[in-house]
Write a protein that binds this ligand. Structure first.
Ligand code: NAD
Length: 437
């Protein structure tokens, strides 16, 4: 039965739920007994699968689901760990082949957010939203999107703030406004509604901080006079190139798959030493450029055994999420070649940082934001990068592993004001049978 449910497509699963009269359900972990319970007996096989899954299950506190009323779309909120605060992370709108793939994505991505938030010194836990896109619903239909995201906001309200959502792949700022119309438990709302706006510029500054720490660690001075290769000249890549020239780099080699964008960026930096290369989607040759630093700022999984062998730079530091194709194997492969890798989830934190602090209001040159980019706060990108790289040197563990170990320890610290409130919320949801009303 377990495998049967897991191998259903999300739409077949939605029909299964409908046949059993289920519109909302949960899977909740009991750390004391080590068991995971489903809200409905017919869904217990899913809970048993999750808790037995050694690859993606990491004692997640719970996961909450509903089927949208109008568009038969499975919507979920995964709470990995909420000791530091509410589980925060974006909601992904994506096509999944199976229920298993859907569950695994939520489990894996929510752990990633726990680690990113904890390493950033934020008092947030880690969570992720996942909506399984119904292929029969037009992704670009504004009416469908508005309905789906409003209903997702209703789910946030129902689960009472144990998970706080944000923007992610497949979700736009307009979608966030729809969510916000139904719940206070969201971030990344449009600036017109009091949100923090596009975080790409602070993200680029965060990458600069990571590069400077890596250079310092290697005893190679500052960015001045260096050559940097930037893969992807989009929202992060373009301002990054600007900051690099501000720092006095000798040369930037950029690449992108978008010819119009390349022309625009070339125009913007016409007086600078920028070589912009047009490449095909599967062309990773920029990683092999003769340079001091390579900065992946396009897509994930570009660092694999083959591309790592080709790298000439001594430092890899960029914004792209999940740069390592295999987190353990490729982390080690880079270290073995004496290439200093700055873990992506350390250096690209500014997106979640700017969103996560929205509730604290805004200050010009906001100290809550600036401290992440400065050198006088223990958890700044610069200081954490140095700490990770120095620990890596002394222990022999590669930087990604070291950063994860540090993040894991931080994620177990309990919020000094609210305690482990997320867990309390989850327990009360179960007792109150939230899925029934
Ligand atoms: P973006 O889509 O604006 O830019 C990415 C650019 O990469 C695009 O111009 C695209 O054409 C280009 N590209 C795609 N494949 C390429 C390839 N094979 N070679 C060269 N260029 C290629 O995205 P962004 O907002 O700049 O984000 C870049 C990366 O950083 C993404 O992985 C994103 O998830 C991550 N990230 C961004 C932020 C943020 O604040 N924007 C925060 C955290 C992480």
């Amino acid at each position: 039965m377990s495998r049967e449910l897991l191998q259903l497509s999300p739409q077949e699963f939605v029909r299964f739920l409908s046949d059993h009269g289920i519109t909302r359900f949960h899977l909740v972990y009991d750390a004391a007994s080590g068991a995971m319970a489903a809200s409905h007996p017919e869904l217990q096989p899913l809970a048993d699968f999750v808790v037995a899954d050694e690859r993606d299950f990491m004692e997640h506190e719970g996961a909450f689901f509903q089927v949208s009323r109008k568009y038969d779309t499975l919507q979920g909120a995964f709470v990995h760990r909420s000791r530091r605060g509410a589980a925060a992370g974006g909601v992904r709108y994506w096509i999944y082949d199976t229920v298993e793939g859907y569950l695994r994505d939520g489990l894996r991505l929510s752990v990633g957010m726990t680690m990113k938030n904890a390493l950033a010194g934020l008092w947030w836990g880690g969570g992720k939203g996942v909506m399984a896109r119904n292929p029969e619903v037009d992704r670009d239909d504004p009416e469908a999107r508005a309905t789906l995201y409003r209903e997702y906001g209703e789910l946030m309200t129902r689960i009472k703030g144990c998970y706080v959502t944000a923007e992610d792949v497949g979700t736009s700022v307009d979608d966030m406004a729809q969510i916000f119309s139904r719940t206070r438990f969201t971030t990344c709302i449009p600036p017109a509604l009091g949100g923090s706006g596009n975080p790409s510029v602070p993200t680029a500054r965060g990458v600069i901080a990571g590069m400077e720490a890596a250079l310092e660690f290697r005893g190679e001075g500052t960015l001045s006079g260096k050559t940097v290769a930037v893969q992807g000249m989009g929202h992060v890549g373009e301002p990054l190139i600007g900051y690099l020239f501000d720092k006095g780099v000798a040369r930037v080699i950029g690449s992108d798959i978008d010819e119009e964008l390349i022309a625009r960026v070339q125009q913007a930096f016409s007086g600078e030493n920028l070589e912009a290369r047009f490449v095909e989607l599967d062309d990773l040759s920029i990683l092999a450029a003769e340079c001091d630093i390579v900065s992946p700022c396009a897509t994930g999984a570009t660092l694999n055994p083959q591309s790592i062998r080709s790298i000439n730079a001594r430092i890899v530091c960029g914004a792209a999420n999940n740069q390592l194709e295999d987190a353990t194997r490729d982390d080690r492969a880079l270290a073995k070649r004496d290439i200093t890798y700055v873990p992506d989830f350390l250096t690209n934190r500014m997106g979640i940082v700017t969103c996560a602090d929205e509730g604290a209001g805004y200050v010009t040159d906001d100290p809550m934001i600036e401290r992440h980019l400065a050198r006088d706060w223990e958890y700044s990108i610069y200081n954490m990068t140095l700490k990770v790289l120095e620990t890596s040197r002394s222990t022999g563990d590669p930087p990604g592993t070291v950063a994860l170990d540090m993040a894991n320890a931080l994620s177990l610290e309990t919020n000094p004001i609210y305690g482990h409130r997320g867990q309390q919320i989850i327990e009360s949801l179960v007792v109150d049978r939230w899925y029934e009303d």
